[in-house]
Design a protein around this ligand. Structure first.
Ligand SMILES: *Cc1c(COP(=O)(O)O)cnc(C)c1O
Ligand SMILES: [Zn+2]
Length: 473
């Protein structure tokens, strides 16, 4: 038997015929403003009629309700045992993720199914309750952006075949991780057809995040300004030229990022009754996807409750927290932040967040904001206690601590904190802390007890034993 062949006999009868998905749905772009729909045989990011954002909508979604929630849970759980590559990653949930992409076109680079790690006593004590960290830094390019890029690039791969595209330029603006993910996934495709270009705000991504798209062979263009400036430029390019925009403004990205919600539900046995999900917010694509994902599960009775959502931002880039506090949304000019990947003053997906909150999440959606000092120390304190989190993960953890203190999150809830990328991408901020060398605008002063530096000693056992005050056996 070939390693990909399925022995259906080993699976319970009620899931057999559903294990390998055949459902294709009827997926279209749908405008969140005027509800116009558009065929998927084009790359679209905003509604040609009214300029609002688009989402992907499966017009046959209700057909999925013919299968009950319990059966869906079994299908997704038993599907984990299959050895079919296209279903190994985010497309495990294909019927509700992107049903119209044929299995043969799915690109799988190892994304998704990241671990939930329980906080130990030391970290729980610091935060005020026990929680789980879902470590999305363990994705191929070391951030959750790979989830959205896997769906976007699979769609591109499918479009190239279906529409016989001979030439395609993938482009994105980035706070670092989008470009790393886009460059990685694009580099997997045929170079004779696909070119890859990323636009970065000069000096505003970490050295590791700059190294990633360079290593993947992308054309890396650095421009002065911040992310919001880069975003404006790629929006103009996408409007005027034949390019495929790979930012989360592209609803095809959001589709893949819903997998985070599906996995959290699955990892918790689909029990979301007392669930809280804490997520750092920048361009607001991720929090949109997470809410949409839980909503899909809820509609199919795969889960019985929508979770509480806690969005976390640094005060240096907090338009969503300010909106939640005042009821008014205003784009803002950002200041330097160690949560650099979320340093965005005018989140593109804000209209989607607003709509989801107003229509479904209401009083279950909260936002908190933090000082830069709290964000970086959230990371340092977690890392010292056995948890690998980036500055945005630290932001989530410090945000949870604040939400517990404010009484937003009750201590008996099940909490999942999103650590969105890998700690190593942000080691420059750790170094700045350890050297107490942050520029004034960060308003961060190192606490001596959190600083750690290498010790220089001569190369002798005696010197090292003396330094460590070791006792002889
Ligand atoms: C992109 C990113 C964010 C912000 O996500 P949005 O979808 O832009 O809100 C947070 N953390 C990391 C590490 C990121 O790369
Ligand atoms: Zn419209």
């Amino acid at each position: 038997m070939k390693h990909t062949e399925v022995n259906f006999e080993q699976f319970p009868r009620h899931v057999r015929e559903h294990l390998v998905p055949t459902y294709e749905g009827d997926v279209v772009y749908e405008c969140i403003g005027c509800a116009a729909t558009y065929h998927l045989n084009q790359f679209l990011y905003t509604c040609p009629a009214c300029k609002s954002l688009l989402r992907l909508h499966d017009r046959k979604f209700d057909e999925l309700k013919k299968i009950d929630g319990a059966t869906w849970r079994d299908i997704f759980d038993y599907r984990l045992m299959l050895r079919l590559e296209p279903l190994k990653g985010i497309f495990l949930f294909k019927e509700i993720l992107f049903p119209s992409i044929p299995l043969q076109d799915i690109i799988y680079l190892g994304e998704g199914h990241t671990p939930l790690v329980r906080s130990n006593a030391a970290l729980s004590g610091l935060v005020g309750m026990e929680f789980f960290v879902k470590n999305d830094g363990l994705n191929p390019s070391a951030s959750f952006k790979d989830r959205g890029m896997a769906s976007a690039i699979s769609f591109i791969n499918y479009s190239i075949r279906k529409r016989n595209i001979k030439e395609l330029l993938g482009i994105c603006a980035s706070t670092g991780d989008t470009s790393a993910a886009a460059a990685l996934y694009l580099s997997y495709l045929d170079k004779n057809i696909v070119r890859s270009v990323v636009l970065l705000p000069k000096g505003k991504v970490t050295p590791q995040q700059l190294a990633q798209p360079l290593g993947s062979g992308a054309t890396v263009i650095e421009v002065p300004g911040v992310f919001d400036d880069c975003m404006r430029i790629v929006e103009q390019l996408a409007e005027r030229y034949q390019v495929c925009l790979l930012n989360s403004k592209n609803p095809i990205r959001i589709m893949g990022q819903k997998s985070y919600a599906f996995e959290v539900a699955q990892q918790l046995g689909y029990d979301t009754k007392d669930l809280t999900v804490v997520v750092p917010v920048g361009n607001a694509g991720n929090v949109t996807a997470i809410m949409e994902g839980f909503l899909d599960l809820y509609r199919l009775s795969i889960i019985a409750h929508l979770p509480q959502i806690v969005a976390v931002q640094s005060r240096h880039a907090n338009p969503v927290a300010a909106w939640r506090a005042s009821g008014r949304y205003e784009p803002m000019t950002v200041q330097s932040s160690v949560a650099q990947a979320a340093m965005i003053g005018d989140p593109v997906s804000f209209p989607k967040v607003k709509k989801l909150v107003e229509e479904y999440f209401n009083q279950q959606f909260f936002a908190v904001d933090l000082s830069e000092q709290e964000v970086i120390e959230g990371m340092l304190e977690a890392n010292r206690r056995g948890h690998v989190v980036c500055t945005q993960g630290g932001e989530s953890i410090a945000g949870l601590a604040k939400a517990v203190k404010l009484g937003i999150v009750a201590k008996d809830r099940t909490v999942v904190v999103d650590s969105t990328s890998h700690q190593l991408k942000f080691s420059n901020f750790q170094q700045m802390y350890f050297e107490n060398s942050f520029p004034a605008e960060y308003q961060i002063t190192a606490k001596p007890e959190l600083v750690n530096k290498p010790v220089q000693l001569e190369a002798s056992a005696d010197a090292i034993a003396g330094y460590l005050k070791l006792k002889e056996k």
